[in-house]
Write a protein of this length. Structure first.
Length: 368
């Protein structure tokens, strides 16, 4: 073996060794040709699901970050029963949007899991599992009414807890409706059970289970079942657990998950706060503003001032009666309508009134 040939072999080995390290650090799509290794793409990104929503009781919609191809899908209910192992997929927007047509319609209020896998043009595969609730064709229209972000304990006993009160503007079912707080995020959102509620009702969602009395969800006509502290004469619902759920500066929304839209939102914050503490607060505030619901902006400076909030001072909506008059007819509100609100509609008031008409006594900070 002459020296030149030996030298070429050494260089080749060194080159291939360095290339192996490079490929290990930066995943590439490549193939072997007669000339050697051919780099096809320097990007190997798994496709992402940007959003998923239920269009109606027979159609699901998925939006992806890039063109994808469906490999397999299946749907099963909460009890593990498979209701569909194939669904017809239709591609739109250059393959980024997929509409799935179901052979069997889903049932209102039933929880399902939609799972399967998708691939992009390079063969990168994403396996997914997406929970959803059977489509609600007649959703109740809810607005936020009163919020308490404080709780109290004594010798380890939870006496009082945070709550979110909502008011029913339009009767219907609460299936698929959710309350999401920016401090909790999507993973701890409250999902309403399937309840038929009437116009003019108050619903109090207590955000922990207190230790005094019976914390019973009032799902039917009997609204005197719950005896937990702050149980009201209206409908009471309870979030399981003892951990803190709402911050003194926060963003709270009501979402219709079936239609992937917000029904209502409120932003409240300590005066002078420059930014939201949690990323979830920032994203929800932006969503509330861009939806047209919270009209004042999405920064803490655009929120209702919550200085002085306490067990007996709550954030209250001051225009419930005006809204009731404005939407006196059931036909005045459609499922997609936007009801604007802002700082002028909200105030910190004296006196917590869960399940009843809000106090009109605005809190005024005493300056010494």
């Amino acid at each position: 073996m002459n020296f030149k040939h030996f030298f070429r072999m050494v260089l080749t080995v060194l080159f291939l060794s360095s290339l192996t390290v490079f490929v290990a650090c930066f995943p590439l799509s490549c193939r072997v040709t007669e000339e050697g290794i051919e780099i096809i793409s320097a990007e190997m990104t798994v496709p992402k699901i940007l959003s998923f929503f239920v269009e109606d009781n027979s159609n699901l919609v998925m939006l992806c970050s890039q063109k994808v191809f469906v490999q397999k899908v299946q749907i099963k209910s909460d009890d593990g029963e498979y209701i569909e192992e194939t669904a017809e997929a239709q591609y739109f927007d250059d393959g980024k949007r997929i509409n799935f047509s179901l052979k069997e319609p889903t049932l209102v209020g039933v929880n399902y899991v939609f799972s399967g896998s998708i691939k992009d043009g390079s063969g990168n595969e994403l396996t997914f599992s997406l929970p959803f609730t059977g489509f609600n064709e007649k959703p109740a229209r809810l607005v936020l009414s009163e919020i308490r972000s404080k709780h109290s304990t004594s010798k380890g006993v939870l006496k009082k807890c945070e709550f979110v009160e909502v008011y029913v503007l339009k009767e219907g079912s609460t299936a698929g409706l959710e309350i999401v707080t920016g401090s909790d995020g999507e993973s701890k959102k409250y999902v309403f059970p399937d309840i038929n509620v009437k116009k003019g009702e108050y619903i109090v969602v207590h955000f922990r289970t207190v230790d005094e009395g019976e914390c019973i969800d009032e799902l039917g006509e009997n609204l005197s079942l719950s005896t937990g502290t702050d149980s009201s004469n209206s409908r009471d619902l309870w979030v399981e657990g003892k951990e803190s759920r709402i911050s003194d500066s926060d963003v709270i929304v009501i979402r219709d998950s079936c239609r992937n839209m917000l029904q209502d939102a409120v932003l409240f914050s300590a005066a002078g706060k420059q930014s939201w503490y949690y990323a979830g607060q920032k994203s929800l505030a932006l969503e509330a503003y861009e939806s047209g619901i919270w009209k004042d902006g999405y920064e803490p400076k655009n929120a209702t001032v919550a200085d002085g909030i306490s067990l007996t001072r709550t954030m209250c909506r001051m225009n419930i009666e005006k809204l009731t008059e404005e939407y006196s007819s059931e036909n005045d509100i459609d499922d997609q309508s936007v009801i604007e609100t802002g700082t002028e509609d909200w105030s910190l008031v004296e006196g917590a009134t869960p399940g009843a008409k809000n106090s009109e006594k605005r809190y005024e900070k005493t300056i010494f």
